[in-house]
Write a protein that binds this ligand. Structure first.
Ligand code: 0O2
Length: 277
């Protein structure tokens, strides 16, 4: 048999995983910058270990020359969502992208596996540019809720511990846990709007405070320290009221004050320039 240069073969998959993680993380940041709810909670990824690839080839009787075609999850991305409804939104976001092509979908959310496993899998073709030119690789994107992920991770460890032969009593517990996950996800969905409102409002508060603090800091170069201190004291007073509407009102008012100081400072600058001329 020819020598297999494993690390050379796996290099494009490493690139694909790195690039895809970065792209999905950027998507999340873009949503957050626009103050919109993002269906992606967090993203991780990995390249399958050589031993895990060998195990799968052995289990499925895959010859070495078919490895890259037949093992779909050499590059694996996992997208975790808060709510079951978010899974479909993420899947639609992926389907609309032009930099990856969906070749297969395995919906284990609607069609739970016998083990109790639930997750939405998308197998995509993704092109990376290596030093030897472009190469299309497959990547498996697993989309699931935090609760589904908790179950899958635990079950995976048990599968490993018992080498695929989980004892009946443990299996029964896992099956109960899988049912509990379904009701947990559905309970969370029932209060989804409330949770989303709370999260958006805490993000909004965070960005208002960031904005206010930078505006106050910029004022140091526009007016006297005494004035800035007064403005800052007023900010702390408003903040302590813990009233979002008041904070928004203060933020908008501060913007107007900052603009006025800026205009005044520009006029003074022009005056100095004229007197120098
Ligand atoms: P690892 O260690 O996570 O990489 P198939 O013949 O289609 O049934 P295939 O090709 O493995 O089998 O595809 P499938 O079933 O979609 O599984 C792909 C991956 O999904 C698995 O990769 C697991 O990560 C996950 N998965 C599938 N079924 C289960 C399950 O019952 N429990 C858990 N915890 N995860 C599951 P690997 O290579 O099996 O494992």
């Amino acid at each position: 048999m020819d020598i297999i240069l494993w690390h050379r073969i796996l290099e494009p998959y490493e690139m694909a995983v790195d690039e895809l993680i970065l792209k999905f993380r950027h998507m999340k940041e873009e949503y957050e910058r626009c103050g919109r709810y993002c269906p992606i909670e967090h993203v991780t990824g990995r390249v399958k270990s050589i031993s895990s690839i060998l195990d799968k080839m052995q289990k499925k009787n895959i010859p070495m020359e078919r490895m890259e075609q037949d093992i779909e999850d050499i590059a694996g991305i996992r997208i975790i969502c808060q709510f079951v409804e978010d899974i479909e939104r993420v899947a639609n976001m992926i389907s609309r992208r032009t930099d990856m092509e969906v070749r297969e979908i395995k919906d284990y959310v609607r069609n739970q596996k016998e083990s109790g496993y639930r997750s939405y899998h998308m197998i995509v073709d993704y092109e990376v540019n290596t030093i030897d030119g472009p190469k299309k690789v497959q990547a498996e994107i697993q989309i699931r809720t935090m609760a589904m992920d908790f179950w899958a991770t635990t079950e995976h460890s048990l599968q490993y511990k018992y080498q695929g032969k989980i004892p009946e009593r443990v299996g029964a517990r896992l099956s109960n846990a899988a049912n509990a996950i379904i009701s947990l996800d559905s309970e969370m969905s029932a209060v989804r709007d409330e949770i989303m409102d709370a999260q958006l409002s805490s993000k909004m508060k965070y960005s208002l405070v960031e904005d206010i603090v930078s505006t106050i800091e910029n004022m140091y170069s526009l007016t006297t320290t005494r004035e800035v201190e007064k403005i800052q004291d007023e900010f702390y007073r408003v903040y302590q009221q813990d009233d979002m509407e008041e904070l928004i009102r203060y933020h908008d008012q501060l913007d107007l004050i900052a603009q006025a100081y800026k205009a005044q400072s520009n006029r003074q600058g022009e005056g100095i320039k004229k007197s120098e001329d």
